[in-house]
Design a binder for this molecule. Structure first.
Ligand code: GAL
Length: 421
């Protein structure tokens, strides 16, 4: 018995080598914002897959609800600040990661890509987005499309609208018809959904090249065409329920479902809420087209998971990342969450209805791919916060020039070689 106690003490010490309970392989804590309807279902499927291949590891599900990580980010930041990291946390592919990388919060994961041959499994555009300073720090699980306009098929018919608008000027014309029928032309949600709309109005009005230039310093925020695009954004917002919105992205879709609003601009996770949570039928009950002015363009974003520096259960964290990278994990997640798999070699037969359209657009060599600003691909966290502040002021008082000056100031001295600076 004494020998048994001694053994337990010794193995407890070695497992804890330097960091409390650290490196026990039987537990992993993962932090994410996939908690709300339309995203929890997919996340649960991925967790279920992880548990099926790692039945001995306890999964600790740390989620903070709020679309696009709007609430999760602050909670995560304070945990990282307090040196209390989860083992793995959700991020977007892209420049959003730069601040955590610079602050030394993320483990480099290039070795996992080399050990597992993952580099050949992901598309180049995505590998480019997750390679920061020549290194990789995350494992992508999804591809989502940001530039979509969702609508209620029956309500549109009832309102006498044959086809959804293909330009924002078209939208403004349709909006007059809708308002005359007491239908809100566009429903909107909290700040991040307003930014999501903004990026897609800018994309629609400026085109892919100038849109991309906004985020890499090549398009001046003070150019006259950018101002004109902001005038359009202001007019579009005036035809939305910005003064009375409540809730998150799901609430904006609820108004489209009940026919009180005609359209909403949202990423394709909307398909999970409409088709899965609400049990509606694609094409019969609801449909989506690319947001006005963005034909042939795929505004992409990707969800990814990381390994935190100082992860208390590093070995289990690596197993979680392996499940994230696995074709089955990605297919199970995507089927529910209505995302495309980040990997190239997924089971295509599983991508039906809306996802079949999305998959063919994503894989069509003629498609022009741009990165989402709101969802981390194209903008680092510092500039993102400055845009949030400027946008909140714009929504309050419609001051276009102040908005443009603030964002232009945030981009002054932008250095492509050091985009997080
Ligand atoms: C995005 C995220 C999506 C979805 C959405 C709404 O930022 O990448 O997967 O969760 O927010 O929360």
């Amino acid at each position: 018995m004494a020998a048994g106690v001694l053994l337990a003490v010794v193995s407890g010490c070695s497992a804890g080598a330097g960091s409390g309970e650290s490196n026990q392989p039987d537990k992993v804590e993962v932090f994410s914002w996939w908690e709300g309807p339309g995203e929890k279902e997919g996340y649960d499927a991925l967790i279920g897959y992880f548990q099926s291949v790692n039945p001995d590891i306890e999964f600790v599900n740390a989620t903070v609800a709020g679309g696009a990580g709007s609430n999760a980010r602050a909670v995560l930041a304070s945990r990282l600040e307090a040196d209390d990291p989860p083992d793995s946390y959700q991020v977007h592919a892209g420049l959003e990661q730069t601040s955590d990388i610079k602050a030394g919060k993320l483990e480099e994961l290039t070795y996992l890509y080399e050990q597992n041959g993952w580099k050949s499994k992901f598309p180049k555009a995505l590998l480019d987005a997750i390679t920061i300073g020549g290194k990789i720090y995350s494992v992508p699980v999804t591809i989502h499309r940001s530039n979509l306009l969702w609508y209620n098929v029956k309500a549109m018919k009832k309102a006498g609208i044959a086809t959804p608008p293909t330009t924002w000027s078209d939208f403004l014309k349709t909006a007059n018809t809708l308002k005359a029928k007491k239908i809100v032309p566009l429903s909107i949600g909290p700040g991040w959904t307003q930014k999501h709309l903004l990026e897609n109005v800018l994309l629609g009005e400026l085109g892919a090249a100038r849109y991309t230039g906004l985020w890499n310093g090549k398009t001046s925020w003070l150019a006259p065409e950018v101002r004109a695009a902001m005038v359009m954004f202001g007019e579009v917002l005036a035809d939305s329920d910005i003064k009375t919105f409540g809730g998150d992205w799901q609430s904006a879709l609820d108004k489209v479902i009940d026919g009180t609003a005609a359209y909403t601009v949202m990423g394709d996770w909307a398909d999970a809420y409409l088709g899965r949570t609400k049990g509606l039928t694609f094409k019969t009950d609801y449909d989506a087209v690319v947001s006005p002015g963005t034909s042939g363009v795929f505004n992409f974003l990707s969800d990814a998971f990381t390994l935190a520096k100082g992860a208390p259960h590093r070995a289990a964290g690596e197993k979680w990342l392996a499940a994230c990278a696995a074709p089955d994990g990605q297919d199970l997640l995507s089927e529910q969450k209505r995302s495309l798999p980040a990997r190239l070699d997924s089971d295509k037969s599983k991508y039906t209805d809306y996802l079949a359209t999305a998959l063919s657009a994503w894989q069509d060599p003629a498609t022009v791919t741009v990165g989402s600003a709101t969802h981390g691909v194209a903008v680092d966290t510092r500039r993102s916060a400055e845009i949030d502040t400027a946008l909140a002021a714009f929504v309050q008082d419609g001051g276009i020039d102040r908005f443009l000056k603030s964002v232009a100031a945030a981009y002054a001295g932008y250095q492509p070689a050091d985009p997080g600076k």
